[in-house]
Ligand binder design. Structure first.
Ligand SMILES: Cc1cc2nc3c(=O)[nH]c(=O)nc-3n(C[C@H](O)[C@H](O)[C@H](O)COP(=O)(O)O)c2cc1C
Length: 215
C-alpha cells in the first residue's frame, strides 16, 4: 500500500492547497476591484463635498457631486492638476484645490477651499495623514479648521502669506492660524505646503486668474 505520508504526497497536497488558495485570492482581488474603485471615487467625492460644505449625511453622494465641475490645469512644471469648481446659479462660488505635503511623520493629504476671489481661504480639510493622535491630529478638529475661513492667502504683492503660527494667532489677524498645542512642527509643515500649493509652482497662477490679478 502507498505511504500517505511520503514526501511526494506531502508536497503534492501542499502545492495543491497553495495553488487553490492563490487562485481564490487572485479571483477575489479581480472581482472586488471595480467595487474598490467605486468606493474610492465615492470617498473622494464625499471629501470634496465636505470641504465645500455641501455634504449631507445620508444623501446620495453622486447626486450631490453633480453640482461640482472637475477641471484640470497645467502647473508650472507642466504637470496636470485637478481643480474642483463649485458653482451657484452658474457663477463660480468657490474652488477646491488638492494639497499635500510633509507633516511631522508623513505626507498629509487634503483639500483647500478658496473663495471665488481666488484670494480668500474658505476651509482646509485633511482626509489622510499619520500625525499623532492628541498632537498633530489637531488639524482634524472642527474648531481649528474653522479658523481658515476668511483668512487672506496672499500679501499685497501677491506672495503667499497665510500661515499656521506657533501658539495662538494674534487677535484679529487676517492671515494667521493658531498653532497646534505641542505640535508646532505639524503646523509648520502645513504652512509650508499650503504656501507651496497657492504659490507660483502650484495653483497661484490659476487663483490670480480668478481675481483678475494674473501677471
Ligand atoms: C511620541 C511623540 C509624538 C509627537 N507627535 C507630534 C506630532 O504629530 N506633531 C508635532 O508637531 N509634534 C509632535 N511631537 C512633538 C515634537 O517632537 C515637537 O516637540 C513639537 O512639535 C514642538 O511643538 P511645541 O513647540 O508646540 O511644543 C511628538 C512628540 C512625541 C514624543
Amino acid at each position: 500500500m502507498a505511504n500517505k505520508e511520503s514526501i511526494g504526497n506531502v508536497l503534492f497536497v501542499a502545492i495543491g492547497v497553495s495553488l487553490v488558495c492563490s487562485v481564490l485570492v487572485a479571483s477575489a482581488a479581480i472581482i472586488l476591484k471595480p467595487q474598490q474603485l467605486a468606493n474610492e471615487l465615492e470617498f473622494q467625492q464625499r471629501i470634496v463635498l465636505e470641504v465645500a460644505g455641501l455634504y449631507e449625511p445620508g444623501a446620495d453622494v453622486g447626486a450631490l457631486y453633480s453640482s461640482i465641475e472637475e477641471i484640470s490645469i497645467e502647473l508650472a512644471s507642466g504637470e496636470q492638476a485637478p481643480v474642483f469648481l463649485v458653482r451657484s446659479n452658474g457663477e463660480i462660488e468657490q474652488v477646491i484645490l488638492p494639497v499635500q505635503g510633509a507633516g511631522l511623520w508623513g505626507t498629509m493629504y487634503g483639500y483647500l477651499a478658496v473663495e471665488s476671489d481666488g484670494q480668500t481661504a474658505r476651509g482646509l480639510q485633511f482626509y489622510q495623514h499619520i500625525e499623532t493622535p492628541g498632537l498633530g491630529d489637531g488639524v482634524d478638529k472642527p474648531a481649528w479648521q474653522a479658523q481658515w475661513s476668511g483668512k487672506r492667502l496672499f500679501d499685497d504683492d501677491g506672495d503667499p502669506l497665510i500661515e499656521v503660527v506657533k501658539g495662538p494667532a494674534p487677535a484679529g489677524s487676517d492671515y494667521q492660524i493658531d498653532g497646534l498645542a505641542g505640535a508646532t512642527l505639524t503646523g509648520r509643515g502645513v504652512s509650508i505646503f499650503v504656501r507651496h500649493w497657492i504659490g507660483d509652482e502650484g495653483y497661484g497662477p490659476f487663483l490670480k486668474s480668478l481675481s483678475g490679478k494674473e501677471s
